[in-house]
Design a protein around this ligand. Structure first.
Ligand code: HEC
Ligand code: HEC
Ligand code: HEC
Ligand code: HEC
Ligand code: HEC
Ligand code: HEC
Length: 313
């Protein structure tokens, strides 16, 4: 509800805005903002279906390699061996005619992503520090049977869940990467993706392609994917784009959902409950206002009709 009250006009660092203005891409100014708001309303009315059509995930894993797409990818000039040759299980190399089950295994779980490290050290190291690597390590140390039983969305992602080794493209625009990643993250965090898309940032960034608004990774970090439950961490994330943000501002609820929320997080549960009550009240108010408006018009028409009929007598 703070979302309605917060007024932060100058959220952009000065130079960024100038840079944007020079390239004629800053939508700044009041008229622009109003136009954006109308567009947002319009796109909200269009519903989420168009949105889904616009998002194309990076590439689905499968044993078929589309050489056309591979050639156009960031790694298109590489030989297969540069990345392969290390797919082994129990000491045997791939392909292994003795072990056809290996071929059927989900390659994501077999590939040794340490190979990516030689060329992408910073991403690799950030990933290791982050929430996903920690969850992956825990799942790997849990008994194999236990982690096998986990549903796909509860399996911690490796590089290959977010990037396709074969088809990932370089030099995509910020908005293209952002849209792709919202759908990638959303496969495992559907409640957060849905609430994000309902949020100002999601509507502006994903629906309207506003590159200044925040995608998942702007707040959480692409490879760290930090938890933002800690208020200080969250504030630091907001301040990247809202430099005047205070602790109160950082408490705006971005994901009003209680899915996967621990029982003891009573503060967030209370916030979400409040948001639901206010949303319900708003809906009731809209129905009442619209009902009154049409009811009033209807009675008015009746009255006019009555007047006309009376004059004819
Ligand atoms: C031999 C070096 C090498 C290896 C190994 C390698 N990459 Fe790359 N990667 C590159 C180069 C070169 C580019 C293209 C960069 C460019 O064009 O700006 C690239 C681009 C990328 C991009 C797109 C970056 C962008 O600009 O948006 C991603 C994502 C990526 N690699 C992920 C991976 C993953 C995941 C692995 C492991 C499966 C991997 N890479 C293995 C060298 C490598
Ligand atoms: C949870 C999803 C996720 C995982 C897991 C992941 N990445 Fe990324 N990666 C992203 C996103 C999102 C970006 C886009 C850049 C951004 O938003 O800052 C990105 C960007 C990149 C880039 C482009 C350079 C850059 O930093 O902008 C490379 C290279 C890369 N990732 C490699 C890797 C490697 C190697 C791994 C495994 C250690 C990995 N990624 C794991 C989401 C992921
Ligand atoms: C940049 C590194 C890279 C290059 C180059 C590469 N691969 Fe892969 N390959 C991977 C990764 C990583 C996986 C594991 C699945 C994933 O993350 O997409 C994989 C998986 C596979 C699989 C298992 C099925 C799948 O897609 O999940 C096959 C088959 C395969 N690669 C064949 C090839 C062939 C053939 C070439 C050469 C044309 C090639 N690869 C080049 C990184 C690479
Ligand atoms: C393949 C599934 C998968 C994908 C894809 C994925 N995640 Fe995750 N994510 C997980 C799992 C599993 C955890 C660990 C959950 C836990 O510990 O309760 C996690 C943890 C997190 C956490 C920290 C939660 C905590 O309580 O510490 C954040 C934040 C997060 N992910 C954000 C993202 C973002 C942003 C993306 C996209 C760039 C993404 N995730 C993509 C499965 C995924
Ligand atoms: C404007 C910033 C912002 C954006 C954009 C954003 N989040 Fe969050 N997210 C937060 C904050 C703040 C929290 C912590 C408070 C809470 O739980 O609501 C959080 C919580 C989460 C959590 C719960 C785990 C934790 O401890 O943080 C997950 C998972 C998550 N976000 C995933 C996503 C995904 C996936 C997207 C994109 C679809 C996304 N977020 C977009 C700010 C953001
Ligand atoms: C990548 C940049 C970015 C990040 C990070 C970011 N925001 Fe925003 N946010 C924006 C932009 C752009 C707008 C539109 C601002 C405007 O038009 O005044 C916006 C608008 C908002 C609004 C609507 C009210 C307003 O100011 O007009 C709220 C509330 C908000 N953000 C909260 C947050 C919170 C809370 C966080 C941290 C958890 C956060 N944002 C992180 C870019 C970002």
């Amino acid at each position: 509800m703070k979302a309605l009250m917060v007024k932060s006009k100058k959220w952009l660092p000065e130079q960024k805005c100038c840079r944007l203005r020079q390239s004629n891409e800053c939508y700044g100014g009041r008229i622009g903002r109003r136009l954006l708001f109308c567009l947002m309303l319009f796109s909200a009315l269009l519903g989420s279906q168009c949105l889904e059509a616009a998002i194309t995930p990076d590439g689905q894993p499968g044993w078929f390699v589309d050489m056309g797409r591979f050639a156009a990818s960031a790694h298109g000039t590489f030989s297969c061996e540069q990345c392969h040759g290390n797919m082994k299980r129990g000491g045997t190399m791939h392909p292994d005619s003795e072990n056809p089950a290996f071929l059927k295994a989900y390659a994501n779980r077999e590939y040794n992503y340490q190979r990516c490290q030689s060329c992408h050290k910073p991403s690799y190291e950030q990933y290791l520090e982050g929430a996903h690597a920690k969850a992956l390590m825990k799942q790997q140390t849990d008994s194999a049977a236990e982690s096998h039983k986990l549903p796909k969305s509860k399996k911690a992602p490796t590089c290959g869940n977010c990037h396709s080794g074969h088809y990932t493209r370089a030099h995509l625009s910020r908005v293209e990467i952002g849209r792709q990643m919202v759908s990638v993250c959303g496969t495992c965090h559907p409640a957060q993706a849905a609430t994000y898309l309902d949020n100002y940032h999601g509507k502006a960034a994903v629906n309207l392609g506003d590159k200044n608004a925040a995608f998942c990774t702007d707040c959480h970090g692409a490879h760290h994917c930090f938890s933002l439950k800690d208020k200080k961490t969250a504030l630091a994330a907001c301040q990247r784009c809202h430099p005047e943000a205070t602790e109160g501002f950082a408490q705006v609820v971005i994901h009003p959902t209680i899915q996967d929320l621990p029982e003891n997080d009573t503060e967030k549960r209370a916030h979400v409950a409040l948001i639901r009550v206010v949303t319900l009240l708003m809906a009731i108010m809209v129905i009442l206002v619209v009902g009154f408006f049409y009811g009033h018009s209807f009675v008015w028409i009746l009255r006019e009709l009555h007047e006309k009929l009376r004059k004819h007598k």
